[in-house]
Design a protein around this ligand. Structure first.
Ligand code: GDG
Length: 475
């Protein structure tokens, strides 16, 4: 990841861009300097880092919400990119973002592992906000330009944009899973969503199964013909749906983990933990990530003496997330209680078997944790990709360490040499966790080297290039 950069904010006249990104959030966040004056800083994160150079080279524009409700801002330049803020009212944040996006689409698309709620007023807000984003993109894009729309908050934008600006080349990428027909059909607005997505020339998914789910649904519920990866609209134009597994900036993580400060920090983490074996989980605190099941498994391993609390420790970092959505509050309370119980009954004065950190850390600290952990445990119940698994691999610069990975993460389709588990099968997961840490070092190294080759060869730059090349070819 790049270091956050701050730059002065300057307003620009209306200028049209040849390449426009559209995402729920702008690529910058507002920070306040020492004297209290506001400035914009590039958001950390792989997607932004990968796309910033492309956008700078093309004089691009980025359309998105700037993060504060009830505030209208003029477009401004930030490091050579036109930032186009979209306004959201507080009510829209509640209905479009927390409601329709995060309490309907998010659980429905993740196998309904939490119950999706359907509220008509949420849907109404979703339509209104999607139209606002489409209009902002239509205004920002140059004649014949390219627009790339990101993720489940904006599924109606491709169609709306196509109606407003038939000259544009439109791409869409879904970062989360796309469910099979049996689940998707619950959605009262299913046809509108399919048609919304199918306004794009290229609809990208994390894995091939998601693209086929989409194509099958377009055929069945919208009634359009499909041929292999293509769907054919009534006017005869075609769009394509295919898989583009997202990745990380491998070289950046690899270099970060080799920095002397990070190496030293990893060593001091090991000293502080004072354990022979360190297991690690790093997730947003989200019910899709399988944290309950993972904690259950570790609790039993410690209770049954398979792991000795005097010798082993499980470190779980859970970054606070979507704290205003009810289901996330329940999850936080559950996890607190489960871990409190395990540590209270199995720990001692000097020992807690589970070190639980309900907070976010800077990137170099996360890299040091990856470098310090013998076994990384990534057990989502369903996950579009899961970048944590790939980041761990990239930070294992000595080629050792073991990755335990849920077969329900998109990443499992690429990371074949991980120790794969079904997170619903607690006994199976316990067995595999023990097997991974007891594996001979040469076995761990053999697997890790293969994983590192895979991630190094398929990094985020390659992901963006492949998607954009295919989009160009499609139209
Ligand atoms: C969605 C999809 C898909 C976490 N804690 C800290 C921290 N993180 C960073 C990780 C990683 C990112 O957050 C999490 O990415 P994931 O991919 O694991 O999961 P989601 O947030 O659910 O992302 C997912 C992804 O989109 C991309 O398409 O892979 O399937 O659900 O980068 O490192 N970073 C820092 N401190 C923390 O405490 N700095």
């Amino acid at each position: 990841m790049t270091e956050a950069m701050s730059s002065t904010t300057q307003l620009r006249g209306k200028r049209r861009a040849d390449f426009v990104m559209v995402a729920n959030r702008l690529a910058v966040e507002r920070v306040f300097e020492g004297d209290g004056s506001p400035a914009w800083r590039t958001s950390p994160g792989g997607l932004v880092t990968a796309l910033v150079p492309i956008m700078q080279a093309k004089d691009g524009a980025w359309v998105g919400w700037h993060g504060a409700p009830d505030e209208e801002l003029e477009p401004f330049d930030h490091d050579g990119i036109d930032m186009v803020p979209v306004r959201l009212s507080q009510q829209e944040v509640t209905d479009y973002y927390e409601g329709m996006s995060n309490a309907t689409f998010w659980p429905l698309y993740h196998d309904s592992v939490a119950f999706p709620e359907y509220h008509r007023e949420w849907w109404d807000a979703y339509e209104v906000v999607n139209r606002r984003f489409a209009e902002a993109a239509a205004e920002a894009a140059e004649e014949g330009g390219t627009v790339w729309v990101q993720d489940y908050q904006l599924q109606l934008v491709p169609k709306l944009l196509r109606e407003l600006r038939p000259d544009l080349r439109i791409g869409f990428f879904l970062h989360i899973p796309f469910p099979p027909a049996e689940l998707f059909q619950q959605l009262p607005w299913r046809r509108a969503v399919l048609e919304g997505l199918a306004g794009a020339d290229l609809v990208g998914f994390q894995v091939p199964g998601a693209a086929s789910n989409f194509l099958r649904l377009v055929k069945r519920l919208v009634g359009w013909d499909t041929q292999r990866q293509e769907f054919i609209r009534p006017d005869g134009t075609r769009g394509r749906a295919a898989a583009y597994p997202i990745s990380i900036a491998f070289d950046t993580f690899d270099a970060l983990a080799r920095r002397p400060e990070v190496v030293a920090r990893a060593r001091s983490i090991r000293e502080e933990l004072d354990a022979d074996v360190v297991f690690l989980g790093v997730d947003r605190l989200d019910y899709t990530k399988g944290i309950r099941q993972r904690v259950q498994a570790f609790g039993e391993l410690f209770r049954d003496g398979e792991l000795d609390p005097a010798r082993a420790v499980f470190v779980q970092v859970a970054t606070p997330s979507r704290v205003r959505v009810d289901e996330y509050r329940r999850l936080r309370d559950d996890i607190d209680q489960m871990i409190g119980h395990i540590n209270g009954t199995l720990g001692g004065l000097a020992r807690t078997p589970i070190k639980y950190l309900h907070q976010g850390f800077p990137h170099d600290e996360v890299a040091a944790l990856y470098a310090a952990a013998d076994v990384m445990v990534v057990t989502p119940l369903r996950d579009g990709m899961n970048l944590v698994a790939k980041e761990y691999v990239a930070c294992r610069t000595r080629g050792d360490g073991a990755l335990v990975l849920s077969e329900f993460a998109g990443a499992a389709q690429e990371l074949k040499q991980a120790w794969q588990v079904n997170p619903y099968d607690i006994n199976g997961m316990k067995r595999t966790i023990v097997e991974a840490y007891r594996a001979p070092r040469r076995e761990q190294v053999r697997r890790m080297r293969a994983l590192r080759r895979q991630v190094a060869a398929h990094d985020i730059d390659r992901w963006a290039e492949t998607f954009l090349d295919d989009l160009r070819r499609q139209r």
